[in-house]
Design a protein around this ligand. Structure first.
Ligand SMILES: [Zn+2]
Length: 498
């Protein structure tokens, strides 16, 4: 056989789960035609000298729906070997949306996923209405492969208008939504996304429409996929928010399709066991889990939405820095903020970066621990520090996970690593490096410090994660910098453009 391109002497990891083997890969007319010890001739031969030859990673939970229109490569996912991104998660999406109503879907995406509104408005000039029209826009400028889920909040807004945020759908409205989903799937959308999350509001403070839908409505809508015999479903949210194993099972059985659900950054064996039991009943559940030991998100009081569940907090967090400082200094306001946040995770909320020299000893310590030492309530220790550092203190969450525990979940063939949230929370996180994380790549890939996912860590001979840094490349000058993580060691693209 003769090839256009022959890659010789590689360690082939074919993505099937089989161990790596030494071999060659033959390519003709843009497709892999043969893998093994190959003898044929080729127009071009590259000796890869023992490097890994593998399919690109699928970044399986992303929010590049708007970004893909101005940045078809969907940076920074592609810097970690992702050749496919899955968008349209958490019930969010750009379509369907009437041309004079794009703000409604953009407002949800911007607020929930912390993508600066200024960036979306500057970056997206196109207009569209239906899902097929939006998909055609993506096809106009090709970059990485995009798998587009249909975000149910966008569909509900389109059909129900302002009632979508609060009202149940009528049987006629459900029929209309199902027709839109059928049309979207036949145009190439790869499935549907739902969510249950009481903290997810749009810029106007309205809860996402998907949260106003009853379980019965979600099950009825999911059944559309059984009718078309295609698609997968991703569901955001956890047991606490109503995403019970019973609901997941009913959705999986009604749709007859795979349902990707959450195992979470703090996985529990009990939850995995309950998924396994549902699978034995015929529900095709795929639990997804971020492979990180610590939550890679970093946040300041100016970029956080962890407190959106609390009604007094929400407008304060959304206000200007000067207004925030005034509110935090007002004793009556503090009492209200304290009362609402008594159950917040102060014990695992830690200082990641302190801006003042005198506070460097607080780095790595929990807010609860600092408060105890000072004889304060956690809320007061937290706000005193935030105000003292002019709102610049960077916080993170320590999950307390151990490499062995987490590794055992990932080694389970039922569990899928992922949930990077690529394209979301761009000022404070960039987790597409899940694909090159030591726990995903397996034994022998351990970094010198397994907790070093926030710093430069050796991942495997040749693959290295660079430290995070800001990059000022968002469209719209008011969008602010994005948090950039990149890996190097991928052949053919040794370093990202900067
Ligand atoms: Zn999401």
């Amino acid at each position: 056989m003769s090839y256009d391109l022959l890659l010789r002497n590689g360690r082939v990891v074919d993505g099937s789960g089989m161990s790596a083997f030494w071999g060659d890969v033959g390519i003709a007319e843009g497709k892999i035609v043969e893998v093994g010890k190959l003898r044929g001739s080729a127009q071009r031969v590259i000796d890869v000298q023992g490097q890994v030859i593998a399919p690109g990673f699928i970044d399986n939970h992303c929010h590049f729906d708007a970004q893909a229109l101005w940045d078809p490569l969907c940076t920074f996912a592609c810097y970690h070997g992702a050749t496919t991104v899955i968008n349209g998660n958490c019930s969010l999406g750009m379509a369907p949306s009437r041309p004079d109503d794009h703000y409604a879907v953009v407002s949800m995406l911007s607020r929930v996923e912390a993508i600066p509104l200024a960036s979306i408005q500057a970056g997206v000039q196109d207009t569209w209405e239906t899902i097929p029209e939006y998909l055609a826009l993506l096809d106009r400028r090709l970059g990485v492969n995009v798998g587009a889920l249909i975000g149910f909040s966008a569909v509900r807004r389109y059909v129900m208008g302002d009632a979508a945020y609060t009202e149940p759908a009528t049987p006629q409205q459900i029929d209309q939504m199902k027709a839109i989903i059928r049309e979207g799937i036949s145009a190439g959308a790869i499935g549907l996304s739902f969510e249950r999350n009481p903290t997810h509001h749009d810029l106007e403070g309205r809860l996402l429409p998907c949260n106003a839908a009853s379980n019965d409505e979600l099950i009825a809508v999911a059944a559309t996929l059984a009718e078309v015999g295609a698609g997968t479903i991703q569901i955001g949210g956890n047991e606490r928010n109503g995403v019970t194993v019973d609901l997941l099972t009913e959705i999986a059985l009604a749709s007859g399709r795979p349902v990707i659900c959450r195992l979470g950054i703090e996985p529990s064996q009990e939850r995995l066991d309950s998924y396994t039991q549902a699978m034995e009943q015929g529900a095709r559940l795929i639990p997804m889990m971020p492979p990180f030991l610590e939550d890679p998100a970093r946040w300041t009081i100016n970029s956080v939405n962890n407190f959106d569940l609390y009604p007094t907090w929400r407008p304060v967090i959304a206000s200007s820095p000067a207004e925030k400082k005034r509110a935090f200094g007002d004793p009556a306001m503090r009492d209200k903020l304290r009362a609402e946040s008594l159950n917040y995770r102060w014990a695992d909320t830690c200082v990641s970066i302190a801006s003042l020299a005198k506070n460097q000893q607080l780095v790595g310590r929990s807010v609860a621990g600092i408060a105890q030492e000072r004889g304060q309530e956690p809320l007061d220790a937290f706000l005193d520090l935030v105000v003292e550092e002019d709102l610049a203190t960077v916080f993170m969450r320590d999950t307390g996970a151990h490499p062995e525990e987490k590794g055992a979940f990932l080694a389970n063939r039922l569990v899928m690593p992922g949930l990077s949230d690529g394209g979301a929370h761009v000022t404070r996180r960039c987790d597409s490096h899940f694909s090159v994380h030591p726990l995903v790549l397996g034994p022998g890939a351990a970094s010198p410090d397994p907790r070093a996912s926030g710093s430069e860590a050796d991942l495997r001979a040749g693959l290295r994660l660079r430290p995070a840094r800001p990059r000022h490349d968002s469209p719209g000058t008011r969008g602010g910098p994005r948090r950039l993580r990149s890996s190097h060691g991928f052949a053919g693209r040794d370093r990202p453009r900067s």
